[in-house]
Design a protein around this ligand. Structure first.
Ligand SMILES: Nc1nc2c(c(=O)[nH]1)N[C@H]1C(S)=C(S)[C@@H](COP(=O)(O)OP(=O)(O)OC[C@H]3O[C@@H](n4cnc5c(=O)[nH]c(N)nc54)[C@H](O)[C@@H]3O)O[C@H]1N2
Ligand SMILES: Nc1nc2c(c(=O)[nH]1)N[C@H]1C(S)=C(S)[C@@H](COP(=O)(O)OP(=O)(O)OC[C@H]3O[C@@H](n4cnc5c(=O)[nH]c(N)nc54)[C@H](O)[C@@H]3O)O[C@H]1N2
Ligand SMILES: [Mo]
Length: 753
């Protein structure tokens, strides 16, 4: 175990002046258009616009500046004054553009006009909206319906997303994979199995009441920096924080609040983690089992630390689980995690002496071959002391994109059982398709096997976000149809299908003027609260259309106008789409239009929060994993566990720049982070050039990496996503939910000259 006090503070606390420098650098690089400061002032406030970066909740009692370093970067990045016009794009061949980095591609600026790929000249050319929509509908009419996929990345608002799902079903399938298939699908499936809820149980009040957080594989300093404020207040109240993460993440070590003038002037920082346990990647099952074992042993020895009444009333399977924990040896747990028994008992002591505990997790738990068992084990830990369904306690998966959770709530789902099809039938007068659709991994496999005809993407950059990039790129450009609804140029645009369009859309901070005025859209945050959002900025180009309008135009071209499919009226007033959402999901969206601007958002409720378990048994389930780690390969000499990381200067495949200041890595992303003892054993020195070679059944290599000595557990190495996606096999994913296992990829290291 490393205690936070003992850790070197070489890269300074999170937040502080570094975060302001980070923002101002993007301000310089992206050359935002005027009035952007006004936009930032309205960010994440009732009556304002909701940041399109992460899904962290927006509090009712907001700060004067309710945005973080990375939210500001996102807004500045989309408010750039640079433009990528068809003319500019037409100056470059695809070959040439494929040599550009992700950063260079997006830096060309906002897309301004619809484009079609002209295979004759090998260039994108401008086209009109009517022509583009008619062209797409014409191709769609010729394709096998089950071979067309309607992907969405978690950006678009509830209204556009609801219609997107409707369009897919009217077209004739449930092929509605979403970015969460690569992200928190493990939560949607795994958490549902054990507590009957696909989403977290915690709400804002719980953050204010809790006396302890346990963090597993979530990095708030970079990925949800506004979370650092409630963590700071919790620490000031005396709450404790324990972190399990192979990487020492600065945001979980200490924080200087950029919104606090005294802290900024004095540099006074809040120490975040009381204990920081750098376990081996993929070993959380064993680590959490160790915590459970310590609790069970203490209870067996007469300390009353298990909530037996709660278990008896609410849970299934605890006797079997407790025996399993008793029988598993400390030696096995320590060997698996690389942590000592003392360290795990220390952490368990904090757990046992806290009355209200929140379990926080992110990609460090979900992106493993047995990610669902990780979630099951964390649930076991919380259940032992009744830490789900009481104030100040609960499960807190931290979601990714700003509306990734909400899109699922309003029908973007490939599984038919998740959608009230009978209501859709009644509302729109059609027979919704009955067959389950494709998950993103199914789609990727079908694509590489030539069984897919079209990819329509509502946002995102799937070519870059998916595993096995080389195979995906080759397969993508063979598709009969590709359609990308995007704000900026990205690598997915550079592999146009036989018929290909780019449809440029408004960004969330921009005015969306329709017949009834400037439109509101809504999003759902990680705590299941719904917020209205209205953009006010002048759109980047007069030719941009909103995501809702583009979706509705496609729907109209595919299914026609009828007395129940009132596409034009929906475009004219998004409030009518909210009425449809309310009619489809009355329990979640009561008085939707009236309530959407409530401060803090309106909560759509969660039965598990009130100890109502929507599982098959009607109880919360304890689970016993088949093995003590979440991986699908064994350690071998020369084989490493690669975890693919996000830097502090990116939002997924959008690379703002090359400064990962919390980790002290500047000016490059081509690095391999490695433990000093591992380096010595492999005969490598800091600064050496190496390649990573996939060691999991595919032939793939990523060269040109510089070795950086880093404090990591032995056998675990780190390098950046999305660059590493060449190395991840498509079949390497969570067994239950198919979430790609991007946090434990088997690799070997080869020296380069
Ligand atoms: N600025 C910024 N914000 C973002 C994003 C972004 O790219 N940039 N992406 C958004 C999206 S879509 C998402 S899903 C979220 C992602 O946010 P996070 O869930 O925080 O995702 P990551 O940064 O990929 O990884 C989380 C942490 O898991 C740790 N980890 C890796 N392997 C293991 C393991 O085996 N066990 C444990 N305990 N920890 C492990 C890593 O060291 C890292 O600190 O953030 C969202 N917000
Ligand atoms: N190895 C590895 N792979 C991973 C991960 C990992 O940790 N490691 N993380 C996974 C995760 S958690 C996720 S969520 C996925 C992300 O996968 P995606 O969601 O597909 O990718 P993004 O990078 O978020 O998409 C960026 C693009 O979205 C478009 N865009 C931005 N804003 C808007 C908007 O407002 N509207 C529209 N229509 N388009 C917009 C821009 O064109 C931009 O280029 O990647 C996954 N892949
Ligand atoms: Mo994500």
């Amino acid at each position: 175990m490393t205690k936070t006090d003992d850790l070197p503070k070489d890269h300074g606390p999170s937040g502080g002046w570094g975060s302001l420098k980070g923002i101002s650098r993007i301000f310089g690089e992206s050359v935002p258009s005027p009035a952007v400061l006004d936009t930032l002032r309205r960010q994440n406030k009732p009556g304002g616009f909701m940041c399109s970066s992460c899904a962290w909740p927006k509090p009712a009692n907001y700060h004067p500046f309710e945005f973080c370093e990375n939210g500001a970067k996102m807004t500045l990045w989309e408010s750039t004054s640079a433009r990528c016009t068809p003319n500019d794009l037409g100056k470059h061949s695809l070959e040439e553009l494929r040599g550009w980095s992700d950063h260079e591609l997006e830096k060309t600026g906002r897309l301004t006009a619809p484009m079609r790929f002209d295979h004759g000249t090998g260039r994108y050319v401008e086209t009109g909206w009517d022509e583009a929509i008619a062209g797409i509908a014409e191709v769609l009419a010729t394709l096998p319906k089950e071979e067309v996929v309607f992907y969405s990345s978690g950006h678009a608002g509830l209204e556009a997303s609801y219609l997107w799902a409707l369009v897919a079903r009217l077209y004739g399938n449930n092929n509605l994979p979403q970015s969460s298939n690569m992200c928190h699908e493990t939560t949607s499936v795994g958490l549902t199995q054990v507590i009957g809820s696909p989403v977290g149980t915690v709400v804002w009040e719980d953050l204010e009441e809790t006396d302890c957080f346990f963090f597993f594989g979530q990095n708030p300093g970079t990925n949800s920096p506004r979370f650092l404020h409630p963590l700071k207040y919790a620490k000031q109240r005396g709450a404790r924080i324990v972190t399990f993460n192979p990487v020492r993440e600065q945001g979980l070590v200490s924080f200087v609040d950029p919104q606090d003038p005294v802290e900024m002037a004095t540099g006074r920082e809040t120490i975040i983690s009381d204990q920081y346990h750098q376990l081996k990647a993929g070993s959380d099952i064993a680590a959490i089992l160790g915590l459970c074992k310590a609790v069970i042993e203490a209870d067996d020895a007469g300390r009353d630390v298990i909530d037996h009444a709660f278990l008896a009333e609410h849970c299934n399977g605890f006797d079997g689980f407790m025996d399993f924990a008793r029988e598993t040896t400390w030696a096995a747990i320590c060997a698996e995690t690389g942590l000592s028994e003392v360290a795990l008992r220390d952490a368990a002591e904090i757990y046992m002496t806290s009355e209200k505990v929140i379990g926080v997790y992110g990609m460090g738990l979900t992106q493993h071959a047995h990610g669902s068992w990780n979630i099951g084990m964390l649930t076991n830990l919380l259940l032992l002391r009744g830490n789900i369904g009481k104030t100040g306690a609960g499960m807190c998966p931290v979601r990714g994109h700003s509306n990734v959770q909400g899109q699922r709530t309003v029908g973007i789902a490939e599984k038919t059982k998740l959608v009230p099809m009978d209501r859709l039938r009644d509302l729109f007068g059609f027979e919704p398709p009955e067959k389950d659709g494709m998950h993103v991994v199914d789609a990727a496999e079908a694509m590489t096997e030539g069984r897919l005809s079209a990819m329509l993407c509502l946002g995102g950059n799937l070519v870059r976000a998916l595993p096995e990039r080389d195979r995906i790129e080759a397969a993508w450009e063979k598709l009969p149809l590709t359609v990308m609804i995007s704000t900026k140029l990205n690598r997915s645009h550079l592999f146009p299908g036989r018929n290909a369009w780019i449809l440029p859309c408004l960004a969330r901070s921009e005015e969306d003027m329709q017949e009834s005025g400037n439109q509101w859209i809504t999003i759902e945050d990680s705590f299941s609260c719904i917020h209205g959002s209205q953009g006010r900025r002048t759109p980047a180009s007069r030719q941009l259309r909103s995501e809702l309008e583009i979706t509705a135009l496609l729907g109209k071209a595919i299914a026609g106008l009828t007395d129940r499919l009132r596409w034009d009226e929906w475009i004219a007033d998004y409030g009518r789409v909210r009425d449809l959402i309310e009619a489809t999901y009355p329990e979640d969206f009561r008085d939707f239009n009236a309530r959407m601007n409530e401060p803090g958002g309106f909560w759509r409720g969660n039965p598990a929060h009130d100890r109502v378990w929507k599982t098959e048994s009607g109880k919360a389930e304890f689970t016993i994993p088949d093995k003590l780690n979440a991986m699908d390969f064994d350690d071998e000499p020369g084989r490493y566990r690669l975890l693919t990381m996000r830097s502090n200067d990116q939002f997924n495949t959008t690379i703002y720049g090359y400064s990962d200041r919390f980790r002290g890595i500047e000016g490059t992303r081509d690095v391999l982070l490695m433990n000093a003892a591992d380096m010595e054993e492999a005969g490598l020195s800091h600064g050496d050039r190496v390649a990573l070679v996939a060691d999991g059944g595919i032939a793939a290599r990523l060269g040109g990496l510089e070795v950086v000595t880093f404090e990591l557990p032995r056998g675990t190495v780190g390098s950046y996503y999305p660059e590493c996606n060449v190395l991840v096999p498509i079949g390497h994913h969570d067994r239950l939910s198919k979430t790609p296992a991007s946090k434990s990829v088997a690799v070997r290291i080869e020296r380069e000259v």
